[in-house]
Ligand binder design. Structure first.
Ligand code: NAD
Length: 269
């Protein structure tokens, strides 16, 4: 079983947000970490700052996860430099760019969201699985969303994509289970990334209401998702596969968001 020092980790969408926190966590643990992102400049900057902060080994590899050839080119740069990939974190994603009814949903928007979240995850899994089988060790971690459990209206493409990620996770978990590979999904709740905060500033979402509706009473932090990714990637986590780990401060189990969680109901006199 490889230790952290032997692990080669690919994190997609790692220039910012949750992916950045995951990449930083693995680098701090001593893994070699490839930061894959659409935005080459930001990927380079993230690789440099993470290496500086953690003393770890990082590299940037620009790729559009939706395009297989682009992923293959990035993979072809990573393997000679770092070795075969042992941990893949499929995190790259965009939130719904358009909120609205199905009648107003442009087909190309639907296709784009599925291409990034769903085809992107499959593209990278296709590239890394054979080396993982050969090593008889691998960890694939797919970042889904609490919205895969608790649907929201007017974000049909996003909800569909995040639920599809659970399908990929379960089907691939079975296909690779005898090869020392585990495939799991993390379902984050509302996490205070810059993208989420920008959307709150733009009035697209209400972060205070998200925090209030979350039973623990706050938004999550990117490093809280990174911890779970590190746990799933550990050699000792080999009996967890095909799982959907909800990391959401309890929001997806909350039936009535108006219920007062601080006090028991007082009977009317
Ligand atoms: N922030 C949240 O509250 C939250 C909640 C649930 C799930 N998620 C999921 O977590 C993941 C990260 O979210 P975040 O809030 O950190 O977002 P973010 O916008 O901060 O980061 C996403 C990164 O993905 C990259 N990316 C986008 N399209 C890409 C492509 N085609 N190829 C390669 N890279 C691409 C972006 O450049 C960016 O660096 C997403 O999959 C998102 O759906 C986020």
């Amino acid at each position: 079983m490889p230790s952290s020092l032997d692990k080669v980790v690919v994190v997609t969408g790692a220039a910012t947000g949750i992916g950045h926190a995951i990449a930083k966590r693995f680098a701090a643990d001593g893994c070699r970490v490839a930061i894959v992102d659409l935005d080459e400049e930001r990927a380079r900057a993230a690789a440099a700052s993470i290496a500086e902060e953690t003393g770890g080994k990082t590299m940037a590899a620009a790729a559009d996860v939706a395009e297989f050839e682009s992923c293959r080119a990035a993979h072809d740069r990573i393997v000679p430099e770092f070795g075969p990939v042992s941990v893949l974190v499929n995190n790259a994603g965009i939130m719904s760019q358009r909120l609205g009814r199905i009648e107003a949903l442009p087909p190309e928007h639907f296709d784009q969201l599925l291409a990034i979240h769903v085809r992107g995850a499959v593209n990278w899994a296709r590239l890394v699985t054979s080396a993982m089988r050969e090593a008889q060790f691998g960890r694939i971690i797919n970042i889904s969303s609490g919205n895969a459990k608790l649907a929201v209206p007017y974000r049909l493409a996003y909800v569909t994509a995040k639920k599809a990620i659970l399908g990929i996770t379960e089907a691939l978990a079975l296909e690779t289970a005898r090869d020392g590979i585990t495939v799991n999904a993390i379902l984050p709740g509302y996490i205070a990334t810059q993208t989420l905060l920008d959307r709150a500033d733009a009035g697209i979402l209400d972060k205070d209401s998200f925090a209030e509706r979350t039973p623990v009473g706050r938004l999550g932090r990117p490093d809280e998702i990174a911890r779970v990714a590190a746990f799933l990637a550990h050699a000792d986590s080999g009996f967890i596969t095909g799982a959907s780990l909800v990391v959401d401060g309890g929001i997806t189990i909350r039936g009535d968001p108006n219920e007062d969680l601080s006090h028991p109901p007082s009977p009317k006199s």
